[in-house]
Ligand binder design. Structure first.
Ligand code: 7TS
Length: 409
């Protein structure tokens, strides 16, 4: 499918913003949704809507089948061994907090180590800080090299036999770097630690095989991969999940409730208390069908080309600072930048007047911002519906921004 055919399947892209055709370059924050996903969710509410895993009426059975069918699509998407290893959550943040509150609290003691990196999103920092406070564990950081990448030597120097958990993002939402999580998992395992992968920025953009990576947990969000907001996934190896206690309790997740004691349902339902995110999960299933139809390898290749094109074009704008490696081979489809002394919020505001949507701020990565010595940055992020024309418009907008602020100062 060519990119223009793909674009046509995203109704939101066909509009003007501030008198200009919309150029959406903020997919790392959330992706747009194709008509197939929108219609699947609409059809669910029009034709099936019912609660799942209760009663025997026909709509209830259809809703349960669709919900559990979506779980099987996720299983296949990440090549998990069993649907028992696929837990639906609200998103990456909830998935990582679940591992922290359930696995880490029960398994870590004073002096144990949790290892993360300087480039992590707050969702992969704060839950571990909280674990460290509760258990007395120590939170350690793998340093970054000059260009923002991680070296395996530094991983080996940071992870020790006292390390119980290593948790690393597969793709950085700021630097765009792709981290060698398979190799990091190997080092973690050699030291007796488990490996957690934050897949928020990788699952939408590249093929993930949890068995090949040999990660113990993987977290990702539906809304960044063409699915609705409010749905995400926690993958976990069955032998670990089986030993873990739920962190939420109530309906749906129980087997028997007695006056003083209760027992839990089997996996994955013991981690899905209350009425689950039924429409969201079914929407995620439709998004996976859509992405598979185009092919994750094709999507990765398309974004890779866009990143290389953007790096080249953006570098030519006077006063441009680009963060992360300039070698496109080390990157996924996003470029974070600053222009001279112009505040990134001003950059984003001028671009918005041109109909161009980029994100400005700290991108929920304040330790990384400190490392970059920037209080904030602007970021253009690409997905399967973006074109070189979008990047040309961005570059024109950036040149205008630079000229505008040169006149002001
Ligand atoms: N991890 C990474 C690497 C992320 O990029 C994000 C969201 C999250 C975790 C949290 O995901 P959530 O779905 O639970 O919120 N990142 C961004 C971003 O870069 N701009 O807006 C949200």
């Amino acid at each position: 499918m060519n990119v223009l055919d793909i674009r046509r399947q995203f109704p939101i892209l066909d509009q003007e913003v501030n008198g200009n055709p919309l150029v959406y370059l903020d997919s790392s924050a959330t992706s747009q949704k194709p008509i197939q996903v929108i219609e699947t969710v609409e059809r669910y509410y029009k034709e099936i809507n019912s609660n799942v895993h209760r009663g025997v009426h026909t709509l209830g059975t259809r809703a349960t089948d669709a919900y559990e069918g979506a779980r099987e699509k996720v299983r296949k998407f990440i090549n998990a061994k069993s649907t028992q290893e696929v837990i639906f959550t609200r998103g990456t943040t909830t998935s990582l907090n679940t591992v922290a509150a359930s696995y880490a609290d029960a398994n870590l003691n004073a002096g144990d180590e949790i290892v993360i990196t300087y480039m992590e999103h707050h969702s992969n920092i704060i839950p571990w800080q909280q674990v460290a406070k509760r258990t007395g564990a120590v939170l350690k950081y793998i340093p970054l090299q000059e260009d923002g990448t991680i070296s395996l030597e530094d991983v080996k120097a940071t992870v020790t036999p006292n390390t119980r958990i290593v948790s690393v993002m597969q793709v950085s939402n700021v630097l765009g770097v792709i981290n060698p999580v398979k190799e990091i998992a190997k080092i973690a395992h050699e030291n007796g630690a488990i490996m957690v992968v934050d897949g928020a920025q990788s699952a939408p953009h590249m093929k993930i095989d949890v068995q090949d990576l040999d990660c113990d947990f993987l977290a990702f969000s539906g809304h960044k991969m063409c699915a609705p907001t409010g749905i995400g996934v926690l993958y976990g190896k069955k032998h670990l999940l089986e030993k873990m206690e739920p962190i939420e309790f109530g309906g749906e997740m129980i087997d028997f409730v007695h006056l003083q004691e209760s027992t839990w349902k089997e996996l994955p339902w013991k981690f899905e208390a209350g009425t689950p995110i039924i429409a969201g999960a079914i929407g995620l299933g439709a998004a996976i069908d859509f992405l598979n139809e185009i092919g994750l390898d094709n999507i990765a290749e398309h974004e890779h080309k866009l990143a290389a094109y953007a790096l080249e074009k953006m570098s030519s704008v006077p006063g441009m600072t680009i963060y992360g490696p300039l070698d496109a081979a080390k990157r996924a489809g996003l470029v974070t930048f600053n222009i001279s002394d112009v505040h990134p919020h001003d950059v984003a505001t001028v671009l918005d007047a041109e109909g161009i949507a980029v994100r400005a701020g700290h991108h929920c990565a304040q330790p990384l911002m400190k490392w970059l010595r920037a209080s904030a940055t602007a970021r253009a992020s690409f997905y399967l519906y973006n074109t070189e024309d979008d990047i040309d418009k961005l570059v024109e907008g950036l040149v205008k921004t630079k000229e505008y602020f040169s006149d002001v100062f």
